[in-house]
Ligand binder design. Structure first.
Ligand code: K1U
Ligand code: ZN
Length: 169
């Protein structure tokens, strides 16, 4: 098991579009294990491979309080979205300390391969639905701050760059 460094916004690598995983093999299974360990250690509820600079369509999530319901979604595809949407307060491990509202579908159905390579459809509502939509955006190179106004986004970018400079001192 290994903890992986998480890319921080702004970083051009966060805008890379991930490629489909051709085969679920031991390398992908190890990647998923390392991503789950990294997500739990960072107190996150989700993580996309993009955030650890791996540009393959892999996400992990666990919205349980007990951290006992890990989900591994490989090559996830949205197969259904609810007609209704709602605003949700979101955070991102790649934009630490920033929380803001994003409009998301109330519920989604996602087809994906699990860590054994079996095809499954997950019917997600509530926080899991929001988390999956957020992580699937990462795989398309989209960070949640891109839903915010240019003014807010620029303020966040400036704040992150300032924090990075101070950390480097
Ligand atoms: O992708 C990521 O950066 C992980 C992100 C997922 C996420 C959180 C909230 C709404 C949508 C997507 C996080 O886990 S950030 C941590 C966080 O905000 C949180 C942690 C525990 C419970 C609820 C939120
Ligand atoms: Zn994120």
């Amino acid at each position: 098991m290994a903890l992986l460094p998480i890319l921080c916004y702004p970083d051009a690598r966060l805008h890379t579009v991930a490629k489909a995983v051709p085969e679920v093999d031991s390398r992908i299974r190890q990647l998923a294990k390392d991503m789950l360990e990294t997500m739990y250690e960072a107190s996150g509820i989700g993580l996309a491979a993009t955030q650890i600079d791996v540009h393959q369509r892999v996400i992990v999530a666990d919205v349980s309080q007990e951290h006992d319901q890990p989900l591994v979604l490989i090559n996830p595809e949205l197969v259904w979205t609810s007609p209704g949407t709602h605003m949700n307060e979101e955070g991102c491990l790649s934009v630490p300390g920033i929380y803001d509202g994003v409009e998301r579908f109330d519920a989604v159905h996602v087809r994906a391969l699990d860590a054994q390579g079996a095809s499954r459809v997950i019917e997600a509502t509530g926080l899991l639905s929001v988390c999956i939509q957020h992580e699937m955006d990462h795989l398309l190179g989209k960070v949640f701050v891109e839903y915010l106004s240019p003014l807010k986004r620029n303020r966040i970018k400036t704040k992150m760059l300032k924090a990075r400079r101070e950390d480097a001192r």
